[in-house]
Design a binder for this molecule. Structure first.
Ligand SMILES: Cc1cc2nc3c(=O)[nH]c(=O)nc-3n(C[C@H](O)[C@H](O)[C@H](O)COP(=O)(O)OP(=O)(O)OC[C@H]3O[C@@H](n4cnc5c(N)ncnc54)[C@H](O)[C@@H]3O)c2cc1C
Length: 385
C-alpha cells in the first residue's frame, strides 16, 4: 500500500550498506561514544542525507517513505545513538537549513550537509528547562551588521562534533512566543564551547552541553524572519515527532523478531520456548501492538507527505509508539532470561536506548498537553503561511 518496488530495492541496498559499512564499527562507537568521521562522508556519497532535500541542493527530493525506510533500517542496526546522530543531522539541522536558510546558507551549508562534508545539530533545549521552549533564556542582540549570542544549551545531539549549530535564541526578551529567532553558528566561532555528557543510552551519539559567550555572528546568519523562531520550531516538530514514532515501532519490531528467533532455539523443560502458551500469547500481544503503531505511523506519513498539517497525529504517534516500544522491549528482554541482561545480546542496549523515546523531542507529558488542548479545548494549530 505504501511501498513500491523502488522503495523495496532502496531498503535492500541500504540494509546491505549498513551491514557492510556500519555494523562492523558499532560496538567500538558505542564504547568510545564517538562516531568516526568517515561514515558521514559515506552516507553523503550514497545520497542518504539528501533523501528529502530538493534537487537544487544536490538532494534526491524523494517521498517520505524513503525516509521511513532510512529510519527503520537504522533502528535495526541496534544503536539508537548512531541512528540519532544520522537523523538529527538529516532531519533536525537540515530541515531548518532547507526551510528557513537563505540562498547563500543553503548553497554553503545545505549542499555540504547532503554531501556529508558538514555535520549539523539543532540547539533548542536549555539547562533551565526544555519543555517550556518559549521560556528559553539565550539571547541574540542585534549590533550593526552582527548578532551577539549569549546563553547555553544542553542535551544537544551531535553537540560536540558537529561543524555548525542551528540555535534558537531570544531577540526580544519581552515577548514569549514572538521573541525567538533561529541562527546558524559555525562551530569555530569565538566564544562557542561544548562539553560531552555521559548518559544512560544512545551511547554512540555525542550529546553536548554548549555555551555561547559573546558569540558574534553576521546578521546574515539569521534563519528566516526575526521573531518567527517559535513557529518554525513548532512547524518542524510534526516531522520530528513522527520520526520518533517510526523509530519506536521499528525498534520494537526488531525486538519481537529477535525474541521469536531466540525462542525457537532455546530449550526449557524439554521444549523450545516458543511452545509455551504463556510466551506465545505474550508475543501475539506484542506483535499486535507493534503492527497497530506501524500502520498508524505509515498512514500519518502519507498524510504529511501529501502536505497535511499533522501536529495532533504526529504527537499521538510519538506518545503511543514510544510507550509501546519501551514495554515491548522490556518484555522481549524477559524472553531471553539472563541473556537478555547481557551486553553480548542486543536487548540490553535496546532497552537503554529506547528509554529516551518518551523524553527527547517533547516529553510524553508535553505531548499529552498538546493533544488535550486540541481535542478538549478545540485549539487549532495552523501551519505558517
Ligand atoms: C540524549 C538526548 C538527546 C537530545 N537531543 C536534543 C537535541 O538534539 N536538541 C535539543 O534541542 N534537545 C535535545 N534533547 C532535549 C530534550 O528534547 C529535552 O530533554 C526534553 O524536551 C525535556 O526537557 P527537559 O529535559 O529540560 O525536562 P523538563 O522540561 O525539565 O521536564 C522535567 C519533567 O517535567 C515534566 N513537565 C514539564 N512541564 C510539564 C507540564 N507543563 N505538565 C506536565 N509535566 C511537565 C516533563 O514531562 C518531564 O517529565 C535531548 C535530550 C536527550 C536526553
Amino acid at each position: 500500500m505504501y511501498f513500491t518496488e523502488e522503495h523495496e530495492s532502496f531498503r535492500q541496498s541500504f540494509k546491505e550498506f549498513l551491514q557492510k559499512e556500519v555494523v562492523p564499527h558499532i560496538n567500538k562507537w558505542e564504547k568510545n561514544g564517538i562516531i568516526d568521521r568517515f561514515i558521514w562522508k559515506k552516507f553523503g556519497d550514497m545520497g542518504y542525507f539528501g533523501l528529502n532535500t530538493p534537487e537544487a541542493y544536490d538532494g534526491l527530493d524523494l517521498d517520505l517513505f524513503y525516509t521511513v525506510i532510512f529510519l527503520e533500517e537504522l533502528q535495526k542496526v541496534n544503536s539508537g545513538g548512531f541512528a540519532a546522530a544520522m537523523w538529527a543531522h538529516a532531519y533536525l539541522a537540515m530541515t531548518h537549513l532547507n526551510k528557513e536558510g537563505s540562498e547563500a546558507i543553503k548553497e554553503k551549508y545545505l549542499k555540504a550537509s547532503v554531501a556529508g562534508d558538514l555535520i549539523g545539530c539543532l540547539c533548542i533545549t536549555e539547562p533551565f528547562g526544555g519543555s517550556d521552549v518559549a521560556g528559553m533564556r539565550s539571547t541574540a542582540e542585534k549590533k550593526g551588521d552582527s548578532y551577539i549570542i549569549n546563553g547555553s544549551k544542553t542535551f544537544i545531539t551531535n553537540g560536540v562534533l558537529s561543524d555548525y549549530l542551528i540555535v534558537a535564541a531570544k531577540t526580544d526578551l519581552h515577548s514569549k512566543h514572538n521573541g525567538m529567532s533561529i541562527f546558524l553558528i559555525d562551530r569555530d566561532t569565538k566564544g562557542v564551547s561544548a562539553t560531552k555528557l555521559d548518559k544512560l543510552g544512545w551511547r554512540a551519539s555525542d550529546t553536548g552541553e554548549i555555551a555561547f559567550d559573546n558569540v558574534e555572528i553576521p546578521a546574515s546568519n539569521l534563519m528566516g524572519e526575526e521573531g518567527k523562531g517559535f513557529p518554525y520550531i513548532m512547524q518542524h516538530f510534526a516531522l520530528e515527532r513522527l520520526i520518533m514514532g517510526i523509530n519506536a515501532h521499528a525498534r520494537a519490531e526488531y525486538a519481537v523478531d529477535y525474541a521469536i528467533n531466540y525462542m525457537g532455539e532455546r530449550q526449557a523443560f524439554g521444549n523450545s520456548l516458543d511452545k509455551f502458551q504463556a510466551l506465545r500469547h505474550k508475543i501475539a500481544e506484542m506483535a499486535s501492538e507493534v503492527e497497530m503503531c506501524k500502520e498508524f505511523n505509515y498512514a500519518i506519513t502519507k498524510r504529511l507527505d501529501n502536505g497535511d498539517y499533522v501536529v495532533k497525529e504526529a504527537s499521538m504517534s510519538k506518545l503511543v509508539s514510544t510507550k509501546m516500544a519501551d514495554q515491548v522491549i522490556y518484555d522481549a528482554l524477559q524472553m531471553l532470561g539472563g541473556y537478555g541482561y547481557m551486553e553480548e545480546y542486543p536487548m540490553a542496549r535496546l532497552l537503554r536506548d529506547s528509554r529516551l523515546g518518551p523524553i527527547g523531542g517533547g516529553t510524553s507529558e508535553i505531548l499529552k498537553e498538546i493533544i488535550a488542548k486540541m481535542i478538549i479545548d478545540k485549539k487549532d494549530y495552523k501551519p505558517l503561511t
